[in-house]
Ligand binder design. Structure first.
Ligand code: ACO
Ligand code: ZN
Length: 226
């Protein structure tokens, strides 16, 4: 799939000799010593954080040919809570969130997508909420991106001023950069809807995204319209 964004990024990377590490996904310039150093620093720490060794007691909530989704709750064994925190920290870091505190830690549910290489490649944190402000419908810009569309894509969300009933807030959703566009976020969200409230399947109106990024917005718009 080609779009103007991607062409610009590729051209930029060639020009500055940037490479993408095929294991940690970091984009850096291999001929720049400082960049190299930063990559070395990041690489092992990142891979350690997303490594999943397997637990005796794990709560598998969905299984696929390319992985599974496990659920971690606040009262789970320490090793599980610690791993969930570790991955959440990575997601927060990428999202530019400063603090790792959750609004309702005791009721938060962390869903982790584990791939067949035993890496945590997806993380979703869901929390019960009572109300939310609906994101107003915006046109789809997937095809024929012009410069105006590009600007539009990076604009802030337009939210309604009327609070509406919602049950489940998605406070964070993150997929490892090298594993994106493989429906991992979609499958995590489908799993949240079927397991968040026991015995019921939440509608798309009953879930709300908090503070979405441009990526999050593109994803949420697509997800909510299909
Ligand atoms: N640009 C355009 N469309 C997109 C994008 C994107 N960046 N991401 C998803 N979509 C749309 C596509 O239509 C896609 O279907 P397609 O691949 O068949 O075209 C559809 O959404 C489904 O996408 P998934 O494959 O399920 O999404 P993915 O697993 O790639 O994860 C996510 C999406 C979580 C937003 C990922 O890009 C990411 O982690 N980004 C960085 C962190 C981030 O910004 N997270 C959202 C923060 S908002 C919040 O946490 C509440
Ligand atoms: Zn690397």
């Amino acid at each position: 799939k080609l779009d103007t964004d991607q062409l610009i990024i590729d051209a930029g990377q060639k020009q500055f000799g940037a490479t993408t590490c095929s294991s940690c996904g970091m984009v850096y310039s291999a001929d720049n010593p400082e960049d190299n150093f930063q990559h070395t620093q990041f690489h092992q720490r990142f891979l350690d954080s997303i490594k999943y060794v397997g637990w005796k007691k794990e709560r598998v909530v969905a299984e696929f040919w390319d992985g599974k989704i496990i659920l971690v709750l606040p009262d789970d064994p320490k090793y599980a809570v610690k791993k969930a925190e570790e991955v959440r920290r990575i997601a927060d870091n990428e999202l530019g969130f400063q603090q790792v505190t959750l609004s309702r830690p005791a009721q938060s549910k962390t869903f982790l997508f584990i791939n067949t290489d035993r890496l945590v490649v997806g993380c979703l944190v869901a929390e019960p909420i009572r109300q939310a402000y609906r994101v107003l419908e915006q046109p789809d810009h997937n095809k024929d991106m012009t410069k105006d569309d590009f600007m539009e894509r990076h604009r802030a969300w337009c939210c309604s001023t009327v609070p509406e009933q919602a049950l489940c807030g998605i406070s964070r959703i993150w997929v490892f950069s090298l594993a994106r566009r493989q429906s991992i976020a979609t499958r995590m969200l489908d799993t949240v809807r079927s397991t968040f409230v026991y015995g019921s399947y939440l509608t798309k109106e009953e879930i709300a995204f908090s503070d979405p990024t441009p990526d999050g917005k593109m994803f949420a718009t697509k997800y909510c319209n299909t």
